[in-house]
Write a protein that binds this ligand. Structure first.
Ligand SMILES: [Zn+2]
Length: 157
Protein backbone atom coordinates (compact mmCIF):
# COMPACT_ATOMS: atom_id res chain seq x y z
CA UNK A 1 0.00 0.00 0.00
CA UNK A 2 1.46 3.38 -0.98
CA UNK A 3 1.80 6.16 1.54
CA UNK A 4 -0.86 8.27 -0.08
CA UNK A 5 -3.49 5.57 0.25
CA UNK A 6 -5.52 6.14 3.37
CA UNK A 7 -5.68 3.12 5.59
CA UNK A 8 -8.77 1.16 4.75
CA UNK A 9 -11.01 0.59 7.75
CA UNK A 10 -14.33 -1.15 8.05
CA UNK A 11 -17.42 -1.09 10.21
CA UNK A 12 -19.42 -4.32 10.00
CA UNK A 13 -23.08 -4.45 10.92
CA UNK A 14 -24.19 -6.80 13.65
CA UNK A 15 -25.27 -9.49 11.19
CA UNK A 16 -21.69 -9.90 10.04
CA UNK A 17 -19.87 -11.23 13.07
CA UNK A 18 -18.09 -14.05 11.32
CA UNK A 19 -17.05 -11.84 8.46
CA UNK A 20 -15.67 -9.30 10.94
CA UNK A 21 -13.65 -11.99 12.68
CA UNK A 22 -12.17 -13.28 9.45
CA UNK A 23 -11.29 -9.82 8.23
CA UNK A 24 -9.40 -9.39 11.49
CA UNK A 25 -7.63 -12.68 10.89
CA UNK A 26 -6.25 -11.27 7.66
CA UNK A 27 -5.21 -8.08 9.41
CA UNK A 28 -8.04 -5.70 8.56
CA UNK A 29 -9.25 -3.02 10.94
CA UNK A 30 -12.91 -3.84 11.58
CA UNK A 31 -15.25 -2.63 14.27
CA UNK A 32 -18.21 -4.79 15.08
CA UNK A 33 -20.64 -5.00 17.94
CA UNK A 34 -24.24 -5.15 19.05
CA UNK A 35 -24.55 -1.39 19.00
CA UNK A 36 -23.42 -1.23 15.39
CA UNK A 37 -26.54 -1.29 13.32
CA UNK A 38 -28.71 1.36 11.69
CA UNK A 39 -27.77 4.88 12.71
CA UNK A 40 -25.23 3.67 15.27
CA UNK A 41 -23.32 2.00 12.49
CA UNK A 42 -23.55 5.02 10.24
CA UNK A 43 -22.41 7.36 12.99
CA UNK A 44 -19.41 5.23 13.92
CA UNK A 45 -18.41 4.81 10.29
CA UNK A 46 -18.63 8.51 9.60
CA UNK A 47 -16.74 9.54 12.73
CA UNK A 48 -13.93 7.08 12.12
CA UNK A 49 -13.78 7.18 8.33
CA UNK A 50 -14.79 3.55 7.91
CA UNK A 51 -16.40 1.74 5.00
CA UNK A 52 -19.64 0.12 6.11
CA UNK A 53 -20.20 -3.55 5.44
CA UNK A 54 -23.85 -4.38 5.73
CA UNK A 55 -26.56 -6.92 5.01
CA UNK A 56 -29.21 -4.31 5.73
CA UNK A 57 -30.92 -3.29 2.50
CA UNK A 58 -32.60 -0.40 4.27
CA UNK A 59 -29.29 1.25 5.12
CA UNK A 60 -28.97 3.04 1.81
CA UNK A 61 -32.07 5.07 2.68
CA UNK A 62 -30.31 6.56 5.68
CA UNK A 63 -27.65 8.43 3.75
CA UNK A 64 -24.71 6.37 4.85
CA UNK A 65 -21.11 7.16 3.94
CA UNK A 66 -19.37 4.67 1.66
CA UNK A 67 -20.80 1.21 2.11
CA UNK A 68 -20.79 -2.24 0.58
CA UNK A 69 -23.89 -4.36 0.51
CA UNK A 70 -22.80 -7.88 1.37
CA UNK A 71 -24.66 -10.21 -0.90
CA UNK A 72 -24.27 -13.66 0.59
CA UNK A 73 -25.40 -15.13 3.86
CA UNK A 74 -22.37 -17.38 3.89
CA UNK A 75 -19.31 -15.90 5.60
CA UNK A 76 -16.96 -17.55 3.10
CA UNK A 77 -18.67 -15.79 0.22
CA UNK A 78 -18.79 -12.59 2.25
CA UNK A 79 -15.05 -12.71 2.87
CA UNK A 80 -14.42 -13.40 -0.79
CA UNK A 81 -16.58 -10.47 -1.81
CA UNK A 82 -14.71 -8.01 0.42
CA UNK A 83 -11.25 -9.33 -0.42
CA UNK A 84 -11.98 -9.08 -4.15
CA UNK A 85 -13.69 -5.73 -4.02
CA UNK A 86 -10.84 -4.05 -2.18
CA UNK A 87 -8.05 -6.22 -3.62
CA UNK A 88 -6.98 -7.02 -0.08
CA UNK A 89 -3.59 -8.65 0.18
CA UNK A 90 -3.62 -10.73 3.24
CA UNK A 91 -0.45 -12.77 3.50
CA UNK A 92 1.67 -10.05 5.11
CA UNK A 93 -0.95 -9.01 7.56
CA UNK A 94 -2.17 -12.25 9.04
CA UNK A 95 -2.78 -12.24 12.77
CA UNK A 96 -1.91 -8.65 13.45
CA UNK A 97 -5.20 -8.03 15.19
CA UNK A 98 -7.06 -9.34 18.16
CA UNK A 99 -9.98 -11.41 16.91
CA UNK A 100 -12.00 -10.44 19.90
CA UNK A 101 -11.66 -6.65 20.06
CA UNK A 102 -9.77 -5.54 16.93
CA UNK A 103 -6.76 -4.29 18.94
CA UNK A 104 -3.27 -4.59 17.44
CA UNK A 105 -1.31 -7.51 18.80
CA UNK A 106 2.10 -7.01 20.36
CA UNK A 107 4.86 -9.51 21.07
CA UNK A 108 5.16 -10.54 24.66
CA UNK A 109 7.98 -12.36 26.39
CA UNK A 110 7.40 -15.90 27.48
CA UNK A 111 8.22 -15.12 31.11
CA UNK A 112 5.58 -12.43 31.28
CA UNK A 113 2.74 -14.78 30.40
CA UNK A 114 3.67 -17.60 32.74
CA UNK A 115 0.71 -17.12 35.03
CA UNK A 116 -1.71 -16.22 32.30
CA UNK A 117 -1.77 -19.21 29.98
CA UNK A 118 -2.48 -22.88 30.65
CA UNK A 119 0.51 -24.85 31.82
CA UNK A 120 0.68 -27.09 28.78
CA UNK A 121 0.70 -24.02 26.57
CA UNK A 122 3.50 -22.44 28.57
CA UNK A 123 5.58 -25.58 28.42
CA UNK A 124 5.12 -26.17 24.70
CA UNK A 125 5.03 -22.66 23.20
CA UNK A 126 7.83 -20.11 22.80
CA UNK A 127 6.19 -17.19 21.08
CA UNK A 128 3.38 -15.15 22.53
CA UNK A 129 1.44 -12.06 21.57
CA UNK A 130 -1.04 -10.10 23.53
CA UNK A 131 -3.75 -7.53 23.00
CA UNK A 132 -3.46 -4.40 25.10
CA UNK A 133 -7.16 -3.76 24.52
CA UNK A 134 -8.71 -6.84 26.08
CA UNK A 135 -5.53 -8.44 27.50
CA UNK A 136 -6.12 -11.67 25.63
CA UNK A 137 -2.98 -13.69 24.99
CA UNK A 138 -2.33 -15.46 21.73
CA UNK A 139 0.19 -18.12 20.92
CA UNK A 140 0.64 -18.21 17.18
CA UNK A 141 1.61 -21.84 16.78
CA UNK A 142 -1.86 -23.11 17.50
CA UNK A 143 -4.02 -20.12 16.61
CA UNK A 144 -2.27 -19.42 13.37
CA UNK A 145 -2.09 -22.94 12.08
CA UNK A 146 -5.74 -23.47 12.73
CA UNK A 147 -6.69 -20.22 11.03
CA UNK A 148 -4.38 -20.83 8.10
CA UNK A 149 -5.92 -24.23 7.59
CA UNK A 150 -9.36 -22.72 7.65
CA UNK A 151 -8.34 -19.97 5.24
CA UNK A 152 -7.04 -22.61 2.87
CA UNK A 153 -10.28 -24.49 3.19
CA UNK A 154 -12.04 -21.27 2.27
CA UNK A 155 -10.03 -21.26 -0.94
CA UNK A 156 -7.48 -18.60 0.03
CA UNK A 157 -3.93 -19.50 -0.91
ZN1 LIG B 1 -8.33 -7.71 22.23
Amino acid sequence: MSESTPQLKFAADRMLGRLAKWLRVIGQDVIYGRHLSGYGLIRAARQQGRVILTRDRGLRLRQPPEFVFIESNDFREQLRQVVEKFSLTWRDDLFRRCLSCNGLLQPRSKDSVRDRVPEYVFSTQEIFFWCAGCRRIYWPATHHQKMLRELQQLGFR
